[in-house]
Design a protein around this ligand. Sequence first.
Ligand code: SOE
Length: 370
Amino acid sequence: MLGYRFMGRAHSNAIARLPMFFPDAPEIERHTLIGRDKEALAEAADQFGFAQTATDWEAVVEEVDVFYNLGPNHLHAEPSIAALEAGTPVLCEKPLAPTLETAERMRDAASEAGVPAGCAFNYRFLPAIQYAKQLIANGDLGTIQHVRGRYLQDWLVDPEAPWAWRMDSELAGSGALGDLGAHTVDLARFLGGDQTGDIERVSGHLETFVDERPVYDDEEAIEEYRPVTVDDAYTAQAEFANGAVGSFEASRVATGHKNDHTIEIHGTEGSLKFSLERLNELKLLTGDNRGYETILVTDETDPYVDHWWPPGHTIGWEHSFVHENYEFLSAVADGTEFSPSFDDAYDVQVILDAIERADDIGQWVDVREQ
Ligand code: SOE
């Protein structure tokens, strides 16, 4: 596993939960944790249950049965491609890469390797999202005409909030667009399946409100200011191949919103709304057009719920990672396909890239014309 900070913790927690709650998951030996800062790495390896640590990934990706790439975006490509070239399955964090060209190389390496290569769009694995997908696939919403997705956070609303790699275009690619918008675009495509899997045209508007941020020293004094070269917020419109209209937005400066990912879908026969801040629920309107009802997606018949607590007891954000790890590791053990794959993640990256191009030229762009 490369990376031991936020995503390292999230995935290590998931792996630790598997034997207790998903006893049919493959047995995992936590082999090597990879990172640069030896002291922090050793501490994390101890907490997460890894047998050893390494500061270089080259040899490790060839030795292991599975490689997790949870590093910053600019570190996604080379280690993942090397692992795939060695025939090692890979689970890589999102967005797949900082640029479309790099994402393409990763997709091609995965297709050459023919082993599972997954991108960690964890929200697909929430019971409410899986339930919503089934409803749409069953035709309960009819023909989809609107997809509306927004992902709002506010951790950068303070102009003195510290600079981080997520604010540098070389290291991250884009800002709110790639980090948050990638989830929304993935869900819009996933939920609608055949209907909204394909986006044809997009507009785009990216905005940076604070163009430099402080780097603090150990005493919390400001050492220097570094430029912010990515967007704090984006908005986009989309035209789906089935004729549906879409609108997407994300922000890191939406005061008052902490982790507010909302998707709304309207079809000719009904509508649904999902909010990450109410992740055990789905708002649903079918039949009589008399307002939404709230469905609790906590029944034992709902996806993954029977693995946890008695029906009606809720689950949280971290459970999406447990389900994702279960599906990914089972696919590796069984030699079956896993999605979201690098192919899926590349398709998301095509949309992100098109939104940036639309912003550059100030016009809608055809997604296929790169
Ligand atoms: C950013 O704050 C972030 O941690 C994203 O990087 C994750 O992908 C998202 O799930 C939560 O927010």
